[in-house]
Design a protein around this ligand. Structure first.
Ligand SMILES: [Cu+2]
Length: 198
């Protein structure tokens, strides 16, 4: 075999190997649940009473999860109201199987005390979670949630840019579905009812 042919064969083999590796990786990450298999994962935070909460705390029930911050002027209060109304619209037997969860993306201002105060405005079964900036970063990363402090000179008065998606996770902590910012309480309750009531 000439050197040129040899180089060509090696190059071809490498290409085939690389393609196989990429294909295998995609199959592995996609699993049989589509892209949803990539949402969720381990986290460690504390709730509005100071109790530690991990992904295992949420297991055994469905969870309806939203990331935001209590100082949000509009988007977050609207989303949490929709979630609260959806909980109220559910058959009580089904609502008992669902935990609504709010996870802050602004841990510097959203202390346990601040979350306890915010909790009074929404459905009583809400878990409101905070943690260290690093714990929050890891949780948001697991859920593929984007957030960023908007540029501002003030250390205490600022806005956060963040994704506005409500995730429904099953009792094993696996992604079931999600709702966009335009979801109505009725539509959300109907979808949750169908999945939880199965
Ligand atoms: Cu918000």
């Amino acid at each position: 075999m000439s050197t040129r042919v040899f180089v060509l064969v090696v190059a071809l083999l490498s290409a085939v190997l690389a393609a196989t590796a990429v294909g295998g990786y995609l199959l592995w990450t996609r699993g049989d649940q589509g892209a949803g298999a990539m949402i969720g994962g381990p986290f460690t935070l504390v709730d509005q009473t100071g109790r530690p909460v991990t992904q295992d705390t949420l297991k055994g029930k469905w969870s309806l999860i939203y990331f935001g911050y209590t100082y949000c002027p509009d988007v977050c209060p609207t989303s949490l109201s929709v979630m609260s109304q959806a909980m109220d619209a559910l058959d009580p037997a089904l609502a008992a199987k669902v935990t609504p969860v709010f996870i802050t993306v602004d841990p510097e201002r959203d202390t346990v005390e601040q979350l306890a105060l915010y909790h009074e405005s929404f459905h009583p079964s809400f878990l409101m979670l905070t943690g260290t900036p690093e714990q929050v970063r890891q949780t948001a990363k697991a859920y593929r949630v984007y957030y960023r402090k908007a540029e501002n000179d003030s250390a205490t008065e600022y806005l956060m840019d963040h994704s506005s998606i409500t995730f429904l996770m099953d009792p094993n902590g696996n992604y079931a579905t999600h709702f966009g910012h335009d979801a109505t309480p009725e539509a959300m309750a109907e979808t949750i009812g169908k999945l939880v009531g199965k």
